[in-house]
Design a protein around this ligand. Structure first.
Ligand SMILES: [Zn+2]
Length: 233
């Protein structure tokens, strides 16, 4: 499917124009942000996947307010992925779901850092459902892809080979906003070796469309496989 921008007009006031939400595949949209592809959040069906940093609250609410969302889920419990989760769930009355092994961090407003030490994170929020391998979310299957966080999950739709994979791999360097596919900086992954196993797992799926936490969507499974093949061990 060709990527196309859709202008959605909101109900916030006459002439208000919401930022363009980009449809990537059937029932899959990427929210816009500044810079584009910097910190990604996606809507699949009626589910919001990830909610950026705490500074992303406004832009996310603007773009999803009229979309009839029923649920908010996470790829992982890092501050650039659940930073606005509490605010969005509160504003829209959504339950929050995340990978089982990340639930404690979310419920305590923490993140799991190196050596499994926890550090202060975004605003805490109750987790209504702990996700496990094989669960279904809006037509996607939950895959356990730990390493970058203990409970990191990805969302996979076999029928059109669409993958939403959080930070198992970065689509580019999130601070430089350029460069090619890469593994996340080791400092941010409490278990680098495990994350590499997760990266090999997602590359082996040969996703026709891979949607990252940072960086533009990728429609080139060979490119993903080549980047993952270069990882040590
Ligand atoms: Zn991230």
């Amino acid at each position: 499917m060709q990527e196309r921008a859709r202008d959605l007009r909101g109900g916030c006031g006459r002439g208000d124009r919401l930022p363009a939400v980009r449809q990537l595949a059937d029932d899959v949209w990427q929210l816009s942000g500044l810079p584009a592809n910097g910190v990604n959040a996606y809507v699949v069906g009626d589910v919001l996947i990830d909610a950026g940093t705490r500074l992303d609250r406004g832009r996310i609410l603007k773009q999803v307010r009229d979309r009839g969302l029923t649920t908010h889920v996470l790829t992982h419990a890092h501050p650039d992925h659940y930073g606005s989760s509490h605010a969005v769930c509160d504003a829209l009355g959504l339950p929050l779901w995340c990978g089982a092994a990340d639930a404690e961090a979310v419920e305590n407003g923490r993140i799991v850092g190196p050596n499994d030490r926890t550090l202060p994170g975004p605003q805490a929020h109750p987790v209504a459902r702990r996700l496990h391998e094989g669960d279904e979310v809006a037509g996607f299957t939950v895959l356990d892809t730990p390493g970058h966080s203990p409970g990191h999950v990805s969302y996979w739709r076999e029928s059109d080979r669409t993958l939403i994979c959080g930070d198992v791999m970065w689509g580019w360097h999130p601070f430089l906003l350029r460069g090619g596919l890469r593994e996340p900086i080791a400092l941010f992954s409490p278990d680098v070796a495990r994350n590499r196993e997760s990266a090999r797992r997602i590359a082996a799926l040969e996703p026709a469309l891979a949607c990252f936490g940072h960086g533009p969507p990728l429609r080139d499974p060979a490119k993903l496989a080549a980047a993952v093949a270069k990882l040590p061990g």
